[in-house]
Design a protein. Structure first.
Length: 141
């Protein structure tokens, strides 16, 4: 048995707005989109989007202890996810993304981590975090 890959699924309030962000700012191609789901692909990476736009939980706030929120599409879930994407040519991607003003860190630069990667992060419109990274020594993965 072997695990082959992972596909992050991000909660978003609007599939349309999120698809526009991922295609126009990060270079993904939309391979499927309707009001209930979106699939984006760039090279070997695939990201799925699902709507987290229900506001029904707001009206139950006084009685949450009796009837907890369990729908799974509550609006507060949007922006609660993250993923890390291994890339080749991190610098090239960084200079492609930087002009869009979506970098996460205050330094706005590629950082070197203590776990021997170079990386930068972006936030989608709903504050889901995507970190792009490459090993400092590309031979070691």
């Amino acid at each position: 048995m072997q695990l082959i890959s992972t596909t992050p699924g991000f909660p978003v309030k609007s599939i349309e707005k999120a698809v526009d962000f991922y295609t126009s700012k990060l270079g993904f191609t939309c391979t499927f989109k309707d009001t209930a789901y979106g699939i984006l692909k760039r090279d070997q990476v695939e990201i799925h989007l699902w709507p987290a736009n229900s506001r029904k939980w707001i009206w139950r706030s006084l009685f949450l202890f009796l009837k907890p929120v369990r729908l799974g599409n509550e609006s507060f879930l949007a922006g609660s996810q993250s993923c890390r994407i291994l890339v080749e040519d991190l610098d090239g991607l960084y200079y492609q993304v930087k002009p869009h003003g979506i970098l996460h860190r205050t330094s706005q630069n590629i950082i070197k981590t203590s776990w021997d990667t170079r990386e930068f992060s972006v936030l989608d419109p709903y504050r889901n975090l995507i970190t792009f990274y490459e090993p400092v020594d590309p031979v070691v993965r």
